[in-house]
Design a protein around this ligand. Structure first.
Ligand SMILES: [Zn+2]
Length: 421
């Protein structure tokens, strides 16, 4: 049976690892990350799981099924355990501990699962150390190359390749980390990292899709002239150009769906660099960093197109040249409707008091890399004030326990060959 006390004990144990004054520092592949990982592997072994570590360090902990045929698809679930600098003890950890607790509970109850079950502990989900997120999942899904391992560096100049070597992992064998076994489904429990569930007082969110950003910089090439000697009509003011673009991003993004809880598109100009940035000079060169997200690839592409057309129009009207530098263009993930339905039905059976809410995820997760591999579902739980990536991050143990009960019940169903998605 799922044990709230056991979940709390694991949370408390991990809360003693990598803790500093302002939060947790379990950055990927550091000593603190590894201490947490070692503890988790020890607990997976206690739950009777066989442990496989791939070339990137992802841990695949397996409970065999009664169907021993090699092509029996496994039911996959799990999350990550690394943190951002000054992060919380719940992001990633909650999903990892729920997966572990399900395995422990099934062993305790002597549950006979027909299909094999695998908990995956993903490495390096957070982008804070190497500037790119969900790297363990990318390695397993063939979206990471050995060149990337040499290219990606942390602030100290340590490459991802060197970090893997330092942990006795096998960066040269990266292609062997690609997951190719048949999978029936992938499930991940995670804190929401937003305020919607808390505001609505709903304990469980069922994720319908995961947004992904398109990012680009707009370099505006205005002219930095004397602020006193240049008449208004003779200026090429880069900041005025930028101001029009900033407001246009807000306006255009707002036009896709009026639901304030779940807007279809969100747009942010998070970087504004003005040069020379002094009081008596007209702003000349200005760089804007623009981030557009949506769970709809079409809506996102449309918003980006309209913003770029607007920039072109301002450039013509003001006579100021500009250039666009693409930064990234990631694909949103649509999660499986069948998986969401199975989770909703299962929640109604095992947690009849609990209301569930179908919702998109604005943040990226390991689950987004599995959506094209097998039917994928995510369970969100509320976190206090929506705070995450911060030492003040907090989720209630009762919510964690409920999510874990839902995960276990869903896994039990999916482990039957005749339950299809
Ligand atoms: Zn996370």
């Amino acid at each position: 049976m799922i044990s709230k006390e056991r979940l709390q004990k694991h949370l408390d144990t991990l809360a003693a690892i990598g803790k500093r004054e302002d939060g947790f520092y379990r950055l990927a592949f550091t000593d603190d990350d590894w201490q947490g990982r070692d503890y988790l592997i020890g607990e997976m072994k206690k739950a009777g799981l066989s442990i496989r570590v791939d070339a990137f360090g992802n841990v695949i902990a397996r409970r065999e099924g009664t169907d021993a045929s090699a092509d029996a698809p496994a039911v996959l679930y799990g999350s990550h355990a690394d943190s951002v600098p000054g992060g919380g003890n719940f992001d990633g950890i909650v999903g990892t501990l729920c997966a572990l607790e399900v395995m422990t509970s099934l062993q305790e109850d002597g549950f006979a699962n027909e299909l094999p079950l695998e908990q995956i502990l993903f490495m390096c989900e957070e982008s804070s150390r190497f500037g790119a997120a969900t790297l363990g999942s990318r390695a397993m899904r063939d979206e990471l190359t050995i060149d990337d391992l040499h290219r990606l560096k942390d602030k100290q100049g340590v490459t991802l390749y060197e970090a893997l070597k330092s942990r006795d992992l096998r960066p040269d064998e990266l292609p062997s980390a690609v997951y190719t076994a048949p999978a029936k489904a992938f499930l991940e429990v995670h804190i929401e990292q937003g305020k919607v569930l808390e505001a609505k007082n709903i304990p469980l969110g069922l994720v319908t899709g995961i947004a992904a950003p398109t990012r680009f910089r707009v370099h505006i090439d205005g002219s930095a002239d004397h602020s006193g000697a240049t008449p208004m009509g003779l200026r090429s003011d880069g900041a005025c150009f930028a101001a029009e673009v900033i407001l246009a991003v807000e306006k255009i993004a707002s036009e896709y769906g009026k639901d304030n809880d779940f807007p279809a598109v969100v747009g942010t100009v998070g970087i504004v660099n003005v040069t020379p940035n002094v009081m008596n000079v007209i702003p000349g060169k200005v760089t804007l960093g623009i981030d557009i997200r949506s769970i709809s690839a079409e809506a996102k592409a449309d918003a980006v197109r309209r913003i770029r057309e607007f920039v072109e129009e301002v450039s013509k009207r003001r006579g100021i040249p500009y250039s666009v530098e693409p930064v990234s263009d990631e694909k949103p993930a649509v999660l499986s409707e069948a998986a969401v339905n199975l989770l909703a039905d299962t929640a109604a059976e095992v947690l009849p008091e609990a209301v569930t809410l179908r919702m998109p995820s604005g943040a990226g997760h390991d689950a987004m890399h599995w959506a094209e591999y097998c039917p994928t579902g995510m369970i969100f739980i509320p976190c206090r004030d929506g705070i995450s990536h911060n030492g003040a991050e907090h989720a209630e143990i009762d919510d964690i326990t409920d999510a874990c009960r839902l995960l276990e019940a869903a896994v039990k169903k999916l482990s039957c060959k005749d339950v299809t998605l």
